[in-house]
Design a protein around this ligand. Structure first.
Ligand SMILES: [Zn+2]
Length: 357
């Protein structure tokens, strides 16, 4: 029997039951689900605690420590640089998940450490928007954090959030959501700001182009529906002034419900939207594309990733800026020194240093 027929039959049987029995069944189902998720979480915590004592770096791979579960792991640089690859073998987190949570931790606790080891603080109020289980499960245990969804309860539509959500959060996480909300996207940015307490923090990701302008796929979207199946799906729109439009070549991203790509952001436009919505103190952490890492590793090039915000190294910019340049062109300053620079790198431990001449 196809799943829809099974569901239909189940719903029909359920409708025949008295209200009290239905309520009892619903409660029993929720309790079973919660117990299962608790057991699963304990199992994960155990595996993570074990892996935390077993630093492992396979040859040719780059070691890292997962700041969600605390496990040590390693992965080929190209895979580690892939924002979506599930590189933590214990909890399945990706670079995007870990970077997002690292930004949050730096703001909340001033350091990046496994979420597992954070002290529980229920005074910190957080909100997620379709956050994945891989980090939502830790946030739920550590903070007064609620995960919300567009398509199911607890519901939150960022284009029109209920008053009960406004002005009460220390942090809001919005990861790869705003490329899917209907235009005008500026409203969503303003509402994100509205969810926060004064001084609250937004941890935010979207795929974006570094240059150019944000490209809205359906700028006049008003009353619309999606028709058809598979690659032949079309979006039919009636604009505010009554014109009909049809769009093919729709791009859907993985996830619950309709995750239609509405736009491709570009960095300059994104920064303008964030600033216009009232956000200050912006920190942009670009995830290098996999091609960058593939090129570097295939040519056996050593490279440094310096990220002072994550406590990973520093660059003496003042000293560099004070050195005379041989040539300057746009974004490039070419320096030449009398003596050699000593560059030392330990690829196994992911550590290195460049000494001034
Ligand atoms: Zn992990």
């Amino acid at each position: 029997m196809p799943p829809s027929a099974t569901t239909g039959l189940r719903n029909a049987v359920r409708d025949l039951l008295p209200m009290g029995v239905r309520r009892w069944l619903r409660r029993a189902r929720t309790a079973t689900h919660e117990a299962q998720s608790r057991i699963e979480h304990q199992r994960l915590a155990l595996r993570a605690a074990r892996a935390a004592w077993l630093p492992l770096a396979r040859p040719g791979e780059q070691p890292f420590r997962c700041n969600l579960c605390g496990a040590h792991g390693s992965a080929a640089p190209a895979r580690l640089g892939d924002r979506e690859a599930a590189t933590c073998e214990v909890c399945g987190s990706s670079l995007r998940h870990r970077a997002l949570i690292a930004a949050l931790q730096l703001r909340l606790c001033g350091e990046v450490r496994p979420l597992r080891t954070l002290a529980r603080d229920r005074r910190i109020v957080g909100l997620g928007m379709s956050d994945v289980h891989v980090y939502a499960q830790w946030l739920q245990r550590k903070f007064a954090y609620d995960n919300t969804f567009f398509h199911k309860a607890p519901r939150l539509d960022i284009q029109d959030p209920g008053r009960e959500f406004l002005g009460r959060h220390d942090f809001v996480i919005c990861s790869d959501v705003l490329e899917h909300v209907a235009p005008p996207v500026a409203t969503a940015f303003r509402n994100l700001h509205g969810l926060l307490k004064p001084g609250g923090m937004l941890a935010f990701t979207v795929p974006y182009a570094r240059e150019g302008e944000t490209c809205e796929h359906f700028p006049e979207l008003h009353a619309f529906r999606i028709e058809g199946e598979g690659p032949g799906r079309r979006l039919l729109n009636t604009t505010r002034d009554g014109r009909r439009q049809a769009f093919g070549d729709l791009r859907f991203h993985g996830g619950d419900g309709d995750t239609l790509e509405m736009r491709i952001f570009a960095l300059p436009g994104l920064l303008r939207l964030l600033a216009a919505a009232g956000f200050r103190d912006l920190r942009v952490t670009p995830s290098q594309g996999t091609h960058f890492f593939q090129n570097l590793t295939s040519f056996n090039v050593g490279y440094f990733t310096v990220n002072p915000d994550l406590g990973e190294g520093f660059v003496d910019w003042d000293w560099l800026a004070a050195q005379p340049a041989v040539r300057e062109a746009g974004c490039v300053r070419h320096l030449r020194f009398e003596g050699p620079l000593v560059v030392t790198m330990d690829g196994q431990r992911g550590e290195g240093v460049i000494l001034k001449p």
